[in-house]
Design a protein around this ligand. Sequence first.
Ligand code: PLP
Length: 428
Amino acid sequence: MNEVSKQLYRELGISDKVIEISKDVLESLDDRFRKIDDNADYCTLKVLKAFQKNNVNESCLMGTTGYGYNDLGRETLEKVYADYFHTEDCLVRPQITCGTHALALALMSNLRPGDELMSAVGKPYDTLEEVIGIRPSTGSLAEYGITYAQADLNEDGTPNFENIRNAINDKTKLVTIQRSKGYQTRPSLSVDTIAEIIKTVKAVRKDIICMVDNCYGEFVEPYEPSDFGADMVVGSLIKNPGGGLAQVGGYIAGTKECIEKCSYRLTAPGLGREVGPSLEALPRMYQGFFMGPTVTASALKSAIFAANLFEKFGYESFPSGSEERHDIIQAITFGKPEGLIAFCEGIQAAAPVDSSFAPEPWDMPGYDSKVIMAAGAFVSGSSIELSADGPLREPYTAYFQGGITWSHGKFGIIKAFQTLVDKGLILC
Ligand SMILES: *Cc1c(COP(=O)(O)O)cnc(C)c1O
């Protein structure tokens, strides 16, 4: 932060005191940021290798319309993803509308009536409760006679391997493992821990399908869960792998058999993956995947900076400012609604789009309490872009994520901090 940028910080409402505090915190993070850049180098080269191996060329960027038969760009992108994740196959499509859709598709395609789904790490992400039928919902797995079991976590939020073994029975067909904490305060899982869970499940019965909800985890570590035996990894393109550029989409990478089943459910039996026009979506999907590792690095730096800054003023952070990262989500607990709301207002005020709006808590479909969301994004709802959200319930935790550039992520955190200072919630 040099003198000229300090002047602009002031013009954008940041006080000298807050600039000084931020500068001190930032200086202490140099070593960690270097490691993040190293990992971004590694993942970028992995992506580049997958592009080159599959001979991505200019004609791959042209879309198709209508049925979308023989869509070279779509087919090549799916090979690029499969190579990156080291899986046999992959579906990457604009017709997969979000992460929940991708997960629901992976589940519904691979489960049949009478099968049981088991969650290995406690309660799954809020929106999956309706997919599974934990909360009764039209079209849920429960309506199709698919039962659900879960292995509860240890008290400290880590996986309980005994519970995992005990939750498996003869009906267990698929085990879901959620990498990121979602709207919870348990630790996010490292790829190593996921590998251990998969090993535990496969030791009971090899043919149980292990699916990883990979949302927010891509490019954070040098390896992905599919490098350690996951049969499917599933995620959203308006998070890490879309690199802030993809405007819609989801992916499912996995074994040939699992992906084939997904393809017939995505379109129709008999049609499968052969249809599905890519329209105008491909250039951003390709470029977004290419940008993904560096964009994820910016988001990681923003998360680490946020944890360290707010911890300094007594706010509890998950993960803590010094912990290793396994996803891009930073939870900061405010203990009261005013803190959560002020934080989200600050993030919104820092946005490139819609910065003059104030976020309001609302009843969002799929969630069981009011949620406040701050996002001034180029892509609606994109949470690889600087954004914050949180359910209006105890302990009033803000889940902060994104920042497609580090310069902007850094400013967003400082602006959010300043908003709490301005409202008298932080004294400095
Ligand atoms: C975001 C997310 C989802 C759902 O994704 P949407 O795109 O919001 O539908 C599922 N699981 C986890 C862990 C997530 O972070």
